[in-house]
Design a protein around this ligand. Structure first.
Ligand SMILES: [Zn+2]
Length: 112
């Protein structure tokens, strides 16, 4: 779903205190800044309040948008359902998801 223009637009909006674009994309996605030069698999925790699940994503070079919720919570309906059970009221939680990732550590050397 992502192309270089989207990433550029997001980066340009990052500095603003309030951005409609950021609000829109972070409804279903999280922004993960990284400068990986190759695809890296990574485990992410579901951003839905109270969900203990984690899921794996592949970080792709020059891409900053990634799924924010585990497979069970990718749809609005399922999230609302979960939140209703969790909190007892259909409140909307706005969770800021923005993280800066550092370069992956070089793989551990085997032996001396
Ligand atoms: Zn979840």
């Amino acid at each position: 779903m992502s192309n270089g223009n989207v990433e550029k637009a997001i980066l340009a909006e990052m500095g603003k205190p309030r951005s409609g674009l950021i609000d829109r994309v972070t409804r279903h996605n999280q922004i993960l800044m990284h400068n990986y030069k190759q695809s890296v698999a990574r485990s992410c925790e579901c951003q839905l309040l109270g969900c203990p699940r984690s899921f794996s994503i592949i970080l792709v070079p020059n891409q900053v948008l990634y799924p924010k919720y585990c497979e069970a919570h990718r749809s609005e309906f399922r999230r609302q359902n979960f939140l209703r059970g969790f909190s007892g009221q259909p409140a909307v939680y706005r969770v800021e998801t923005f993280r800066v990732l550092t370069e992956p550590e070089s793989p551990p050397s085997t032996g001396a």
